[in-house]
Design a protein around this ligand. Sequence first.
Ligand SMILES: Cc1cc2nc3c(=O)[nH]c(=O)nc-3n(C[C@H](O)[C@H](O)[C@H](O)COP(=O)(O)OP(=O)(O)OC[C@H]3O[C@@H](n4cnc5c(N)ncnc54)[C@H](O)[C@@H]3O)c2cc1C
Length: 434
Amino acid sequence: MNMKNYDVIIVGTGVGGCFTALHLPEDKKVLMITKSQLEESDSFLAQGGICVLRDENDFDSFFEDTLRAGHYKNKKESVEIMINSSRETIDELIKFGVDFENKDGELLYTREGAHSKPRILYHEDVTGKEITQKLLAQVKKRKNIEILEYTTMVDIITKENKCIGVVIKKDEEITPVFAENIVLATGGIGGIYENSTNFPHLTGDSLAICKNHGVKLKDISYIQIHPTSLYSKKPGRKFLVSESVRGEGALLYDKNFERFTDELIPRDKLTEKINAQMKKDNTNFVWLDMREIIKKGIDIEKRFPNIIKKCREEGYEPTKECIPVVPAQHYFMGGIDVDSNSQTSMKNLYAVGETSCNGVHGANRLASNSLLESLVFAKRVADHINSKNEKNEMAVEEIDLEKYKNLTKLFQDYKNLIFKEIEEDKIRKGEENE
Ligand SMILES: Cc1cc2nc3c(=O)[nH]c(=O)nc-3n(C[C@H](O)[C@H](O)[C@H](O)COP(=O)(O)OP(=O)(O)OC[C@H]3O[C@@H](n4cnc5c(N)ncnc54)[C@H](O)[C@@H]3O)c2cc1C
């Protein structure tokens, strides 16, 4: 591969990466890379939906729901930006061809845990797939955007506290690639955990790389465990049973098929309740009863086709029996510290989506806020890049590629570094709370 220069390099092709790319003008030469194939990002996995401000009267309650779920550790300015930009973001998605559930053109809203009212738009139970594939279709039409699959960022290249490029690995070849602006949209950290609903290749590489280059991280011990993944003895990614299932009325039972909690309390609280119940019952899971949704007159095969299919593949018939569920690592609220334009502490380096931390989610994310947050702040990255007047002279640096020869060790080091940082952040936060 020849060494190339770009205006913008975007690492990651989920909603964060795609929406950034789509807001860059067509005279900018853009490179997008993804570690795996295009369809393998967590953006494709989002089931429940995406939040939106329903009308002006909903602002206070949306704001309060987000803060209450986040234990009031949220950055209020970021929450305001997200909510105030939500309508225009949804309008844009619809313009890009995203099909949200509607009745005669009127959008339908569902509800999930810790929301005081229904304000979530959805597409069956595969909202993320619908949004991401429509965005990717638009990205592919743009002649100024080059996409490389199975291409891994192994490091960033810096010069005098400026980011000037990334080191990538493709087909066993290690190559430096230079750009004026670099956007990290590398998603979550589930891949470093044994039980997670995330794709295993999402191992938080950007965090370790940033740490090594002195780029600030924030709140990286804020990790969300989803209360309900489908219990399975099989290894690999755990299948999420969306919160909207409980939002539509499904109930949780202990080993004696008796309720033990309010199903719609925030995720972290519900996870604690389920873990305590499993300990008390000495079981590896609790039961989830979707038949309660049918009793409300809702056709669960139509509302949750993907979840029903998966349950059947695992040998359960949710229209007739309860299914076993267990908590699993799900989402990462902390990340690379960014301002409201998603700028990191290093010049020309941006971070967006789950790998970034702009403080929207505080200590715990409100359901269906992450797709929205990723999209809103992705547009702001592009707007910020577009607003820069200065034309940087393209910097090129001699790189010692020898140090990337043993990538297995390098990525193990990255993983160890992330766990170490998480533990240190926990200790710091514990001391602050004393
Ligand atoms: C099962 C599940 C259900 C969810 N449901 C919802 C929901 O209903 N509503 C909601 O709002 N949110 C939901 N979420 C969360 C939401 O999907 C994610 O937070 C969001 O999609 C993150 O988007 P992203 O663009 O930041 O990252 P991702 O979509 O995860 O994309 C990350 C990209 O970075 C690439 N990458 C990573 N490391 C490297 C590297 N070193 N080099 C090159 N490329 C790299 C990956 O290959 C990928 O392309 C859900 C998440 C999961 C796992």
